[in-house]
Design a protein around this ligand. Structure first.
Ligand code: HEC
Length: 170
């Protein structure tokens, strides 16, 4: 997605219907979702990933800086929780590289159970992170779940995304 379009889609994604969030953990056990417009699927997916990226950056910056602002940490953890809960719904079949500027590799759909494992690991890290944030635990308690989450982001990208630069626009 071009960077200009990205901002518009991001605004759209922020207003995504609550119904999707309510699907909850059942989504992690489901087969790939039915196809929508492939181009829209890619744009929605990249926007969702960008939301997680912003939240991760917010959290990471605070953790590295040594002081955690409660309100910002709660917001970031909530965004990560809400988006990660439906991450697999952003991967309908036949929406990989070749559609728009998608960098999703086709193996995602032939190795769906591995994809589900990555999603579960993400959920596990995010749930622990949100719990630690919401319980008011200090910075040190946030670092292990933040690392677990980051590992899940990175290992899924390693397996299933083309290229290492997450913010590449071409
Ligand atoms: C289950 C697999 C998986 C997990 C977990 C995952 N991602 Fe992704 N991510 C992908 C794939 C696949 C793409 C490529 C999507 C495309 O281009 O169609 C992607 C793309 C991205 C992009 C680029 C978006 C763009 O506009 O091109 C960012 C940024 C990103 N992910 C951030 C994250 C962050 C942050 C996390 C963890 C909090 C995360 N992702 C977790 C699979 C995953």
């Amino acid at each position: 997605m071009k960077r200009r379009a990205k901002a518009a889609v991001l605004a759209f994604a922020l207003a995504a219907p609550a119904a999707m969030a309510q699907q909850g953990e059942a989504v992690l056990d489901a087969p790939p979702p039915a196809p929508q417009s492939p181009r829209e699927a890619v744009e929605d997916r990249q926007a969702a990933m960008m939301l997680m990226w912003y939240a991760t950056e917010t959290m990471g910056t605070m953790l590295r800086g040594g002081s955690v602002d409660d309100r910002r940490a709660r917001n970031a953890a909530r965004t990560l929780d809400e988006v990660s809960a439906k991450i697999l719904t952003y991967f309908p079949e036949d929406t990989g590289s070749g559609v728009d500027d998608s960098k999703a590799v086709a193996d995602i759909w032939t190795e769906w159970s591995r994809m589900q494992d990555h999603a579960r690991q993400l959920r596990s890290g995010v749930a622990a992170l949100r719990e630690a944030v919401d319980s008011g635990a200090g910075r040190d308690a946030l670092i292990p779940p933040f690392r677990e989450m980051g590992y899940a982001c990175g290992s899924c990208h390693y397996d299933f995304r083309l290229g290492q630069d997450l913010l590449a626009t071409d």
